[in-house]
Design a protein around this ligand. Structure first.
Ligand SMILES: C[S@@+](CC[C@H](N)C(=O)[O-])C[C@H]1O[C@@H](n2cnc3c(N)ncnc32)[C@H](O)[C@@H]1O
Length: 350
């Protein structure tokens, strides 16, 4: 029997369990959580989902240019530290490190931060030449870092944080919970979440609703604490707060390349995600002293920052299969209805 199912059954015997707690258990139980278990298949091996990194190096190449621009803006410091929380298999770090050259490459030190054991093993392989050359290193999630100048960047970190769905029924807030007979919406006091949602709209309609990530301000605070000056860049699945409310955002389960709302099933064996409230992420960063916190569709960000005209001749010189892969990589990140419109990029400066 699924060990997490036994745990949740014991909890359910004494009452309903909020969806955010079920998500926390499913993803982060220290032994059996989807992102904490030692044994696979995990995510990509199990083909539950893929991220922009599985499509090719374009995201990493574009981030590399944004990091280099940040290094220039900081006055070309001799050491530029780039911390990646939620770094998974290390593929984004690898793509960034492969893309840089010259004095910026000499200044750049990459830190992979993610306690996911299966991902860490994969990252030891993907980052191996950079680890050997002391251009990359690992840091545990709770390991304090020396103050640094540079950047913090992530891909799909914030959508993997436990989040609680809420619905407005026209009169009161309902919270999604798991009961012994399945998921239900039950009236509850939304506290800070209710105040936040109400601020984001001119008027709530029945069935409006969004998700509330309790841990977000604390995580942002901890991540940015050592950054003395530089860039914060987040790529993630999500929307502005008002759009999430209008769509009635909910949790999603990814399993074997299909996506559904059965967040309570296959705990520890399926990925669970929640949309990122970009308005709130920006507000958390502003509270930490960051200025200029715009967020745009990934597609627009790529079209703004990737010098495709300079890259095209190099792509044309690649073997046909690789050339097709690059082109598909570009289309996935830029065409409407693909990742380009479902993902957003937030850039903030301190
Ligand atoms: C959806 S995966 C994305 C992995 C990778 N960025 C990618 O795009 O392939 C989310 C990752 O975030 C990690 N994670 C969750 N909370 C974290 C935290 N507080 N600090 C660092 N990593 C965290 C999980 O262990 C998991 O590996």
């Amino acid at each position: 029997m699924n060990p997490l199912q036994s745990l949740i059954d014991t909890r359910l015997a004494s009452g309903p369990v909020p969806a955010a707690e079920v998500m926390a258990l499913g993803l982060y139980h220290p032994e059996h959580g989807y992102y904490r278990r030692q044994e696979g298949p995990w995510g990509f091996e199990g083909k539950d989902y893929y991220t922009a990194l599985d499509l090719g190096p374009l995201l990493g190449q574009t981030i590399a240019l944004r990091l280099e621009a940040a290094w220039e803006r900081l006055g070309r410091p001799a050491r530029f530290t780039a911390l990646e929380p939620g770094a998974g298999r290390g593929w984004l770090g690898r793509d960034v490190l492969n893309a840089v050259s010259g004095p910026f490459a000499e200044a750049l030190v990459y830190i992979h931060r993610d306690d996911n054991p299966a991902a860490r093993r994969a990252a030891e392989e993907s980052l191996s030449p950079f680890l050997v050359a002391n251009r990359a290193r690992f840091a545990g999630e709770n390991e304090p870092l020396e103050p640094f100048t540079g950047a913090i960047f992530s891909n799909e970190l914030f959508d993997a944080l436990p989040a609680q769905p809420w619905r407005w029924d026209g009169e009161r807030w309902l919270r999604e919970v798991l009961t012994a007979s399945g998921p239900q919406w039950q009236a509850a006091d939304p506290g800070e979440a209710g105040a936040w949602f109400a601020e984001q709209t001119d008027g709530l309609e029945p069935r409006d609703g969004s998700i509330w990530c309790e841990a977000l301000p604390g995580l942002v605070h901890d991540l940015v604490a050592p950054l003395e000056a530089g860039l914060f860049l987040a790529v993630d699945y999500g929307e502005a707060a008002d759009r999430l409310l209008a769509k009635g955002a909910d949790l999603r389960r990814f399993k074997a390349h299909s996506v559904d709302g059965n967040w309570h099933e296959d705990l520890g064996e399926a990925d669970l995600t929640a949309d990122v409230d970009f308005t709130r992420l920006a507000a958390c960063l502003e509270a930490e002293g960051f200025s200029s916190v715009p967020h745009v569709e990934l597609s627009r960000w790529i079209r703004t920052h990737a010098p495709l005209d300079q890259w095209a001749p190099g792509w044309m010189a690649l073997p046909p299969q690789e050339r097709i892969r690059r082109t598909e990589n570009l289309l996935h990140l830029t065409l409407p209805e693909r990742m380009g419109s479902r993902f957003r990029v937030l850039e903030a400066w301190r």
